[in-house]
Design a binder for this molecule. Structure first.
Ligand code: NDP
Length: 286
């Protein structure tokens, strides 16, 4: 938040339920302060029953834009008048922008966040070079599939506890996406260029997906979307096998960049150590 907020301040925010653990207000307000913008970014926790009423009340642009997080991303997309290709493909929106004419535009910056994190922590990795294995078939997996397909992934393989859900995802995206059974993992890993944990396994420090990451090519990159804790057991195993890793925190931070630009009209300053701030919030060593 800027130290002085005038009556002309640009207001943005984030909505979810619950929202009190969100790091987005800290990140965006640090960027606002660094640029001395007349602006603020605030948290909203609409009740699940009143989400549509809440969003409808923002039509007209009194609030310029809001991030949307769990559990509202699918409902957010359904409320929008227009949507980006990525949001449509992902079937979910993590950003709603409110125009003065009352219309709502939906976008999804989780995908760019994922690609940006890979670029930052596994430089030189080529999405188009080899098949990609995604563990999980929930909302995060769906967003990842959309972004990776648009970025040129040759084939995406989905493995999920509930195979039917993986199959549903594959059917929705066409022939470049296949669903596979856990029994096929050794074959699926053998030529995978990228393995992503998009399940909630490992959250809070538990065991990650039971996948033998040493079966991947030595050049493979392993990513975990889970970022509490930062160094998940899944990423530790990948590192022990000598694979390059990408963490979920970097994805979270990278999705915030296009969001900030869309709401406040300028790129955030790279001089602000948002990763250090987030690590502090997570109680991780910087
Ligand atoms: P969903 O609830 O939509 O999906 C959860 C997925 O995890 C499903 O595939 C589910 O399988 C699987 N799963 C859950 N429990 C188990 C288990 N015990 N064994 C095997 N599989 C299991 O969640 P999301 O897709 O929204 O989120 C997934 C993860 O990604 C979360 O940890 C979330 O925090 C993280 N995330 C991180 C982001 C970032 O910016 N870093 C952005 C978005 C999400 P099944 O279908 O069988 O139930």
């Amino acid at each position: 938040m800027s130290s002085t907020i005038s009556g002309a301040a640009v207001v943005g925010g984030v909505c979810g339920q619950p929202i009190k653990h969100s790091m987005s207000p800290v990140i965006h307000n640090a960027w606002i302060a660094a640029a001395s913008l007349d602006a603020a970014y605030v948290p909203f926790a609409p009740t699940a029953e009143r989400f549509e009423t809440f969003v409808d009340g923002l039509r007209g642009g009194a609030v310029r834009g809001v991030n949307v997080t769990i559990p509202f991303k699918e409902r957010a997309l359904a409320l929008a008048d227009t949507a980006s290709d990525l949001a449509k493909m992902a079937g979910a929106a993590n950003l709603l922008l409110f125009a003065a004419d009352g219309s709502i535009h939906a976008d999804n910056t989780d995908g760019p966040g994922l690609l940006g994190a890979i670029e930052a922590q596994a430089p030189g990795f080529e999405v188009a070079a080899a098949p990609i294995l995604i563990l999980g078939a929930g909302g995060a997996a769906r967003g990842a599939v959309a972004a990776l397909l648009l970025a040129g992934a040759p084939q995406i393989r989905i493995v999920n506890r509930t195979l039917a859900r993986a199959q549903e995802l594959a059917d929705a995206f066409g022939e470049r996406v296949i669903a596979a059974d856990e029994a096929a993992l050794p074959d699926l890993l053998a030529d995978a260029g990228l393995v992503i944990n998009a399940t909630s396994l490992g959250l809070g420090g538990g065991e990650g997906p039971a996948v033998d990451l040493s079966l991947t090519p030595k050049t493979a990159v392993v990513m975990d979307m889970v970022y509490r804790p930062l160094r998940t057991e899944f990423l530790r195993r990948a590192q022990a096998a000598g694979r390059r890793t990408v963490d979920g925190l970097e994805m979270l931070l990278r999705q915030a960049i296009p969001t900030f630009e869309a709401i406040y009209g300028a790129p955030p300053s790279p001089a602000v150590d948002v990763r250090g701030m987030a690590l502090k919030l997570l109680g991780e060593p910087c």
